[in-house]
Ligand binder design. Structure first.
Ligand code: ACM
Length: 766
């Protein structure tokens, strides 16, 4: 009996993607991300054998065929060979570019018992078809064949701009790392690489007329201990891309049908440039390149000489980037310095402008005109809407939500939707304590997947202005490329489907079914994707006597097949399946993993349930009193090697153990670390609170609730120990049997701050 198409695995050899539920369209069951527009089943099958030839015909086809063969090789797929020109027509796998009706990014992929035929009207479409075929084929065993069911896939993108922004300022990536990211963008059919190249923390692009931009602006002393060498002297770290390196990245991207859009932020986020050339700033400030984070008040001035500087910079940058757009940033330009400067006020008057916002608008228009004269279009973050009418042809990146995009579209401007609520990949993706540093509001995979870039409130004409969607990777918290990879993957897969696939076909359940195949391809390409979305989370509640604990298990993506063991072995497909909270006797070691098609999706999570562990909470397991500005921060040292990570609310630093069992507890032991306080909060500064200190260096204070009675307090030392940590015991006074135990470090200890690493309840008599 033939199964309905939606139950038939498309590929029999190395992987089998079977739906848990029957999704009607075949496109939703093929192991492809992004999901194609349509797929129609055919009759029979075709087996791709190692050594088979790929025939390439038409412009660009040969290059694409080579890229496909190389990608298969790199990911351990069947090893294929490019057919010689005279044998191209007879090859069993055909890549053909020929005139037709589809747009340049569309393709048709046909699998029949006789051959695989990939057709497109341009090399971009052929390339995307090749990326689909690559995903249909298995990874990891070059000598294995792969049998595909006959199918015809017709596909093309929903959005013209399918973008990813990388911040190479806060942390720098080598050309090779940038190219690895471009490789990954390409397999997800993304086509715009927005490159953030200048900000407060660095200037990263060679400009011949202004060498200090990179000589001074490209260098900074890392924060705190990380910036001190073995000789006790500050270490300057310098990094920038030469023009040749930029050309190489642009060429590499173009080969993958990706356009590079450079960004130089104007007029804010300008500290590095002004540190290099003080005359560019307001009243010639003497600045250091920033090594902190946040919103800095340093703005370019709007003098004629500064406008000439900016135009000269553009004059050198534009020829490097053949794409249509140049991004002038424009975000978070707090106007305090302009307001306070007589010179700037005189400039506003001289130009006949209303106020400081209008002055930013004037700069945007002036640069927009320059760009138009050079055949380019201006794009900027949504704050560029605040300075009055934008130049014709200007486009807007809507990041503070979708409102800016809606306003821009209504005004007739093109829009790329990239809201901080859904598409910022520096936000943590799960609640796991194993997430690396970042912003702890969660943007999980399913939230990215659920973002709809075209607002319903726009009419049909206005909707045409939503040209795309983009995710942003700001790298304050990503000091190494593996952190970038962790944050990008697998959320980039959700972004790809939002950007490429028809809105009507968006289906999280089907996406989750298709994802494990892509993960296997990631592994084959050595992409260090986040395992956390596929790992079990534990919530532990000890019994009153501490002899047992109730443990609730969950999996972030709700694959709903958790297997666990308590005998020290790794969970297997036939291990007990989790269905309700477990009551476990202390001590026990619990291991659990999420399964899909009887295979674990990631290594198991291990929970050591011991009496000591039940009395201890790390900062990641504690609540914050207000959680107003939560960050997961990395320690500033050691300079090399692993560093401690702390959850901190930098507006109101406190850590709360809700319903802490204090019966029989005599004291609380706190292990604290200390990190630099490096946040520029601009107009939010007033929101920062510190509890008043009573002694020279402040106290470590325990309270019953955030604003409740003090349960214990000990003075803090001037400095932590040589290892950067301090362990303190705080005897409890008249504590109730249960309390929301709140930890504060009193006093304003800037430029440093104490942070909690872990707290342990110590029983009487210990
Ligand atoms: C931004 O996140 N400041 C664009």
């Amino acid at each position: 009996m033939r199964l309905p198409a939606c139950f038939r695995p498309v590929l029999h050899a190395a992987l089998a993607v079977l739906s848990l539920a029957c999704v009607p369209a075949l496109a939703a069951t093929l192991p492809l991300i992004p999901m194609p527009q349509s797929a129609t089943p055919g009759e029979g099958q075709f087996t791709v054998q190692p050594g088979m030839t790929v025939g390439a015909q038409g412009e660009g086809a040969r290059k694409t065929a080579e890229q496909f063969i190389d990608l298969l090789h790199d990911s351990g797929g069947p090893s294929l060979v490019l057919a010689e020109d005279d044998a191209a027509k007879d090859a069993p796998i055909q890549f053909t570019v020929a005139p037709g009706t589809g747009g340049p990014e569309t393709y048709t992929l046909q699998v029949t018992p006789e051959r695989i035929q990939l057709n497109a009207t341009a090399s971009a479409g052929l390339f995307y078809g090749a990326m689909s075929l690559w995903q249909l084929l298995p990874s990891g065993n070059a000598q294995a064949g792969a049998t595909l069911d006959a199918v015809t896939i017709n596909d093309g993108p929903r959005m013209a701009w399918r973008g990813l922004m990388l911040d190479s300022v806060r942390h720098f990536q080598s050309v090779e790392e940038v190219e690895r990211l471009l490789d990954a963008m390409a397999v997800h059919k993304l086509n715009v690489f927005h490159w953030h190249l200048a900000d407060d923390q660095g200037w990263r692009i060679q400009i011949d007329q202004y060498p200090l931009l990179t000589e001074v602006g490209g260098c900074r002393v890392p924060l705190g201990d990380g910036g001190i060498g073995e000789d006790g002297q500050p270490i300057q770290e310098c990094a920038f891309y030469t023009k040749d390196q930029i050309r190489e990245v642009v060429r590499y991207a173009a080969e993958r049908h990706i356009t590079v859009v450079p960004e130089i932020d104007i007029p804010g986020h300008a500290t590095a440039a002004i540190a290099a050339y003080p005359e560019l700033g307001v009243d010639r400030p003497q600045l250091q390149v920033a090594n902190g984070a946040g919103v800095f008040p340093n703005l370019f001035n709007a003098d004629e000489s500064t406008m000439t500087f900016l135009e000269n910079v553009l004059g050198e940058v534009l020829p490097l980037f053949p794409g249509q757009f140049f991004d002038i940033g424009g975000d978070e330009a707090v106007k305090d310095r302009w307001k306070a400067s007589k010179h700037m006020q005189a400039r506003i008057k001289q130009l006949g402008l209303k106020d400081e916002e209008a002055l930013q608008g004037w700069m945007v228009n002036r640069l927009g005109t320059y760009l138009a004269q050079h055949g380019k279009r201006i794009i900027g973050w949504d704050e560029i809407l605040m300075g009055g009418p934008l130049p014709d042809g200007a486009a807007v990146m809507s990041w503070r939500g979708t409102e800016g995009g809606i306003e821009a579209a209504r005004k007739g401007h093109d829009v790329v939707m990239t809201p901080v609520t859904h598409l910022y990949f520096d936000y943590l993706q799960t609640a796991s304590p194993a997430e690396p540093p970042g912003r702890p509001s969660l943007i999980p995979l399913e939230k990215v997947y659920g973002f709809e870039p075209v607002p319903a409130e726009l009419d049909a004409a206005q909707r045409q202005h939503i040209i795309g969607v983009q995710a942003n990777v700001f790298t304050e918290h990503m000091h190494s490329f593996d952190r970038v990879e962790h944050n990008v993957f697998p959320r980039i897969a959700a972004l790809a489907e939002v950007a490429w696939s028809p809105q009507a076909s968006r289906d999280l359940a089907s996406f989750k079914q298709r994802l494990p195949n892509l993960l296997a391809h990631y592994r084959a390409l050595h992409i260090r994707y986040a395992r956390t979305p596929f790992q079990v989370l534990f919530a532990t509640t000890p019994s009153a006597d501490g002899k047992q604990a109730s443990v609730a298990l969950s999996d972030p993506l709700d694959y709903a097949d958790i297997r666990y063991t308590t005998d020290g072995s790794a969970p297997k497909a036939d291990s007990p399946r989790y269905s309700a909270p477990l009551t476990l006797t202390v001590p026990t070691t619990l291991q659990a993993a999420v399964f899909f098609n009887d295979k674990p999706l990631a290594p198991p999570t291990v929970l050591g349930l011991t009496t000591d562990a039940l009395r201890t909470r790390s900062d990641e397991q504690l609540a914050m009193c207000t959680g107003a500005l939560m960050l997961r921060l990395e320690d500033d040292g050691p300079r090399a090697g692993p560093r401690a990570v702390y959850n901190v609310d930098i507006f109101n630093p406190c850590w709360e153990w809700k319903a802490a069992p204090l019966s029989g507890i005599a004291s609380v032991q706190i292990r604290a670390g200390r990190i630099p306080y490096f946040f520029e909060l601009a107009h939010d500064e007033y929101l920062r609170t510190f509890k008043k200190a009573k002694t020279a260096y402040g106290e470590l204070e325990l309270r019953d609730g955030c604003d409740g009675a003090v349960l214990g307090s000990v003075p803090l030392p001037k400095d932590p120990g040589a290892d950067g940590f301090q362990t303190l015991d705080i005897p409890l006074k008249a504590a109730p049997s249960q309390a929301n135990l709140c930890v504060y470090f009193t006093g304003d200890t800037r430029p440093n701050m104490w942070v909690l690493d872990r707290m342990t309840l110590i029983p009487a008599g210990n």
